[in-house]
Design a protein around this ligand. Structure first.
Ligand code: AMP
Ligand code: MG
Length: 274
């Protein structure tokens, strides 16, 4: 999924610790095989290849990610949208070529997006229009962290933290500690356990064209990356929610973002930018 995964855990037995870590990394690899758009043969890419062909059977994992994605899409009025694949492809082309996409390119890509054109039934998905592409870059890492944590817990390892880029998932606190220590973007120190914590923003990934800077988080209405510096950190009961909500909050801005977070028992821990 385009980045490293790191696991920190406490366990009294070295062999168990190694076995648990292996199980967690295996689970992350499984989810990558479902959700990644860097792999042509991932399940989600194969689903995209069948856009416009009606209902397609999908795995439990893919269903879960898409289903939560649709809930966040609806609640955010489309600010978060897993169907932005064609626009993400344009953004990547802009990054490669350094040339701003034309309004015609953007309009064509936008016509292939829209969360309402992704339909779900338990175990089934349908992309209504040929050419639609799903992009799970804003949600899959949070889910992978959750599932890694679950894999550890199944082997009795509860005191763990999983980290994938800006997405963190905390299990129980380290021994004799009130929680896992995290430092936020503004330098505040917090203690956390049993939750997901995701930071989204333009700090690591953006393109600059003609003095204009575009974040890798897209505004679905324009089709372009957010033109302003923005960063949001969101805490939620799980990574599957903290990840997409943090992405959505960047698009929605501070007050609408905070309201979205509250609807999902999540909390905006920090917000900076426009
Ligand atoms: P994150 O780092 O979790 O904020 O996710 C950013 C990634 O999510 C981008 O690299 C895209 O793959 C994808 N993405 C960009 N904009 C959006 C959006 N508005 N809704 C959903 N996914 C997006
Ligand atoms: Mg995200």
């Amino acid at each position: 999924m385009g980045g490293a995964a790191r696991i920190t855990l406490y366990c009294g037995e070295r062999r168990l610790a190694e076995r648990a870590a292996r199980a967690a990394f295996d689970r992350i690899a499984e989810i990558e095989q479902v959700c990644s758009d860097y792999r042509r043969d991932s399940e989600v890419m194969r689903l995209c290849d069948r856009a416009g062909e009606g209902w397609v059977a999908i795995s439990r994992d893919l269903y879960r990610v898409l289903e939560v994605g649709q809930r966040i899409a609806q609640a955010s009025d489309g600010a978060f949208d897993t169907t932005l694949g064609p626009l993400v492809a344009l953004w990547r082309r802009m990054r490669q070529t350094g040339v701003l996409a034309t309004e015609a390119d953007l309009a064509a890509a936008r016509s292939l997006t829209g969360w309402q054109k992704l339909r779900l039934r338990p175990g089934l998905a349908m992309l209504e229009t040929p050419g639609m592409r799903i992009d799970l870059g804003g949600i899959a890492k949070g889910f992978a962290c959750d599932e890694a944590q679950l894999a550890l817990r199944c082997l009795g390892v509860d005191r763990a933290m999983i980290e994938m880029g800006g997405d963190l998932r905390f299990g129980c606190a380290p021994p004799f500690e009130p929680g896992w220590k995290v430092r936020t973007g503004s330098g505040r120190s917090l203690r956390m356990d049993n939750c997901g914590l995701s930071t989204s923003g333009d700090s690591e990934q953006f393109v600059e064209i003609g003095g204009r800077r575009f974040a890798h988080i897209l505004d679905p209405r324009t089709g372009l990356g957010l033109p302003r510096p923005v960063q949001a950190t969101v805490q939620a009961p799980s990574g599957l929610f903290s990840d997409p909500i943090a992405t959505a909050v960047c698009v929605l801005g501070k007050s609408r973002g905070a309201a979205l977070a509250r609807r999902f028992s999540a909390k905006m821990i920090e917000f900076s930018g426009g």
